[in-house]
Design a protein around this ligand. Structure first.
Ligand code: GDP
Length: 296
């Protein structure tokens, strides 16, 4: 319903990659996300308490990477089912002691179907029973040939527990991002996706928005799914108040008139009136659709 302006080539600048971590249960996805987060060079200096808002950004010397921190392919498939493909790169975690398991294969299939490039993190290499060659062998049986076997899939050995290999993994992600030439227009009105939303006792409806294009500002009017709103305040993944959020930066927003779903589109509108018009149109469409489904 909302016309989106076309980006001019000269307005596009490189942006951070958006990454989802997938893999079999217990292979270390959560631990890896924790280890990556603690590798952030900025958090030490600026302080702020780690907030779990559904996504976070980590800055290293070579650049910045954004991670969706709901591990597993549920979040990935849910977002995709709503047409919200925000992931640029999948990190496939495979425990070196366990090897490729059923959910590893499912994750490979999801990534392939979505045409999202895979980087393998061979985890738990600290364990004596770790068998890295066996993992590479099993991956090749599923069509993933790692680079040192003559293929194109980068594979990094890590120990999420000992926090080893994390820097390597981040550099590999940034190299992949460079190859992909990910770009966004930082100067237009923001659009993105709702990562998650909830009702907070003290603050009302709080939602995490991942901006995909443009820059979001306090005071912006917007539509999130079927609901309108106006940004009253924004917070980053460390709980600090911010005034701006550019492409690939996740922020919590306050000022929603409803609770949108994960994966819902988020768009800044030209004024409050348009936001209300678009949202009532969408609510009407939703009612019509619901009525039609009841008839069936
Ligand atoms: P998830 O289900 O994929 O999110 O897996 P978790 O991150 O919850 O990890 C599952 C278990 O494996 C936990 O007991 C972790 O402490 C352990 N684990 C994760 N990474 C490593 C690792 O690098 N080495 C070892 N030895 N254990 C690990």
């Amino acid at each position: 319903i909302i016309e989106t302006e076309k980006d001019r080539q000269e307005d596009l600048r490189p942006r951070s990659p958006i990454v989802t971590v997938m893999g079999h249960v217990d292979h270390g996805k959560t631990k890896l996300l924790d280890a990556i987060r603690s590798a952030d060079v900025a958090s030490g200096e600026q302080g702020g308490i780690t907030q779990h808002i559904g996504a976070y950004q980590v800055a290293v010397e070579e650049g910045t990477v954004t991670f969706l921190d709901t591990p597993g392919h549920e979040a990935f498939t849910l977002m995709r089912a709503r047409g919200a493909q925000v992931t640029d790169i999948v990190v496939l975690v495979v425990a070196a002691n366990d090897g490729v398991m059923p959910q590893t294969v499912e994750a490979i299939d999801h990534a392939k179907e979505a045409k999202v490039p895979i980087i393998v993190a061979i985890n738990k290499v600290d364990l004596p029973e770790a068998n890295i060659d066996r993992v590479k062998q099993q991956l090749s049986e599923h069509g993933l040939i790692v680079e040192d076997w003559g293929g194109e899939i980068p594979a990094v050995e890590v120990s999420a527990l000992k926090r080893e290999g994390i820097g390597d993994l981040l550099s590999t992600l940034l190299v992949q991002a460079e190859i992909m030439e990910l770009k966004a227009n930082f100067s237009r009105a923001a659009e993105g996706k709702i990562v998650e939303s909830r009702i907070d006792p003290g603050r009302g409806t709080v939602a995490t928005v991942l901006v995909e294009n443009g820059t979001l500002k306090v005071g912006d009017s917007f539509v999130a799914g079927i609901y309108p709103g106006k940004i009253r305040a924004m917070f980053n993944d460390r709980g600090q108040k911010v005034d701006l959020a550019g492409p690939a930066m996740p922020v919590e927003i306050i000022g929603l008139d409803g609770v949108p779903d994960s994966g819902d589109p988020f768009q800044v509108t030209d004024g409050e009136k348009l936001a209300r018009q678009v949202s009532s149109k969408r609510q009407e469409l939703k009612r019509v659709e619901a009525a039609r489904n009841v008839k069936k």
